[in-house]
Design a protein. Structure first.
Length: 395
């Protein structure tokens, strides 16, 4: 049996490489000689920069920048050279990610992407030709306004006083914006963004309503944030003639997608399509008898461009079965059966606290992988026995 493993990370717990290692250990417990191909997968979130830089043999650079709650943190970005083009790889999660926001301070009305802008400036200082940005696992919902300020955009209130954007709620204080002081070097580079193409900035399916609660927003705060982002979209359209309200990907990372389009001239891409330029998995999936994927939470959002769903769609083109191993099974998880996932299983073995589940995750992933492969083996044994019995009967 040939097994191809294409896991993503477990948000705030394990990166994709750690999940892959645990899955491989479980498969070896089932059969030490089993044929395994392991492809840790990234979706623009945690681990994006390190994975791309490792693949390309580049250099990881550490910088002190502003974190999501305004404190100074050490973040990183990467540089690699290919075909005489110097590319910087920036991971939004490494500077403004949810993992960087203490649980008792999670309020997307008060978190900023200012550090993302600082990393972009650092990349420009190194003379890059191209910037690749991964949007995912964000802890912010400021529409990229914090990033914009770092790059030179100015926001003004009704009395023409500069407004410091320290979170999404500050957008309601803004009456106008000015882009005349934006760093001119942005016009000399190409910026590509890997994001969730289905995330929109505004509307009933806008980022505030869909993802605000995950970032700690109460129902009242969700509505305030939704109104603030609607106002922000109006300001951008009024100043720049660009309607970002419902552009595909505009809601990525709390609206950072909209800010990148408006203030850096970036091009947004469905994250899986762009990442496939760097990690070609289809030819490896073609060799599999069964594909195993993984994600921290499987629910109604998974079919909207998340790794298990994208992997399953590739596998289904070739009639290859797919099993998803997940931390938690959430509302609407059954929708994933329609994307090509044949079976999903939770690693959680008994009622437990979040802290304990995160600590035990590597061991539980390992044990769950072994268990599902033993079940696959039972199914194969039954199928082979019935095939043999049929042949005997026909004779």
């Amino acid at each position: 049996m040939k097994i191809v493993m294409v896991p993503s990370g477990f948000k705030e717990c394990l990166d994709a490489e750690d999940v892959a290692l645990a899955m491989e250990r479980g498969a070896r417990r089932f059969d030490p000689s089993v044929d395994i191909e392991v492809i840790p997968m990234i979706d623009g979130g945690e681990g994006f920069a390190k994975t791309i830089i490792n693949l390309k043999g580049g250099e990881l650079i550490h910088k002190e920048v502003s974190g999501p709650i305004g404190e100074k943190i050490i973040s990183h970005f990467g540089i690699f050279v290919e075909n005489d083009r110097r590319t910087a790889v920036i991971e939004m999660a490494a500077v403004s990610g949810l993992k960087l926001v203490p649980r008792n301070q999670r309020n997307p009305l008060k978190t900023t992407t200012y550090g993302v802008g600082e990393l972009i400036l650092s990349a420009l200082d190194l003379g890059v030709d191209h910037i690749l940005i991964g949007c995912g696992d964000s802890g912010t919902s400021d529409g990229g306004a914090g990033m914009a300020q770092a790059l030179g955009v100015q926001f003004f209130d009704k009395k023409d006083r500069i407004v410091d954007i320290n979170g999404g709620e500050d957008l309601m204080k803004v009456d106008s914006l000015d882009t005349s002081n934006v760093d001119e070097r942005l016009s000399t580079v190409t910026i590509d963004v890997a994001c969730n193409w289905k995330n929109l900035l505004c509307g009933e399916e806008g980022v505030a309503r869909v993802y605000g609660p995950q970032k700690g927003a109460t129902p009242v705060q969700v509505e305030r944030l939704s109104s603030a982002l609607e106002h922000y979209a109006f300001l951008i359209k009024e100043a720049m003639g660009l309607d970002v309200r419902s552009l595909p990907g505009s809601g990525a990372s709390g609206g950072l997608g909209a800010g990148l389009i408006a203030f850096t001239g970036a091009t947004l891409h469905p994250r899986f399509d762009l990442i496939m330029d760097y990690i070609n998995i289809e030819e490896k999936i073609l060799t599999a008898d069964v594909v195993l994927t993984a994600e921290g939470s499987l629910d109604f959002q998974t079919p909207n461009g998340k790794i298990p769903s994208e992997v399953a769609q590739i596998a289904k083109k070739h009639n290859i079965p797919v099993i998803a191993i997940t931390g938690t099974i959430g509302k609407g998880a059954e929708l994933n059966y329609h994307t090509g996932i044949d079976v999903y299983v939770s690693i959680i073995q008994k009622p437990t606290s979040l802290e304990k589940a995160m600590a035990k995750a590597p061991k539980w992933i390992e044990e769950s992988t072994e268990a599902v492969l033993r079940q696959v083996a039972i199914g194969l044994g039954i199928a082979n026995r019935r095939l043999l019995e049929k042949r005997v009967y026909q004779k």
